[in-house]
Design a protein. Sequence first.
Length: 130
Amino acid sequence: MTAPEVQSASATIGGGTVNAVKQLDGSWQVDLSGEANDKYFTSMNIVADQDAKEATMSVTIGGTTSSRTVQFTNGVANVTIKTLLGLDDTGTPGVSVAMLRSINIINFTAELKDAANNKRTITIKLKLNP
């Protein structure tokens, strides 16, 4: 058995889906450069093969890393940005694109595991500016 394969990744921005594009280096990139500053980034989604059991998603901001482990359901893992960042209830649905640009969040990582504990780590990069 081999490590879980990622089939796609996406971000939910302003209620819509922005699909990630697989890069030549094997990472994935979500292009937010055309998104308005007042839109909210609400979740990150990973679709993997059916053997995927869980994903530990991480982001580092200012030297501090936040991580959350989420379960795959029918090959899909989803984590809200508020949960991933450990934000208290701010009254907003997520994090604004303007805030992402101001703190310069660029990369998320996800370590996927299957039931046999085979692992694969991927990077999801955010393109924030043109």
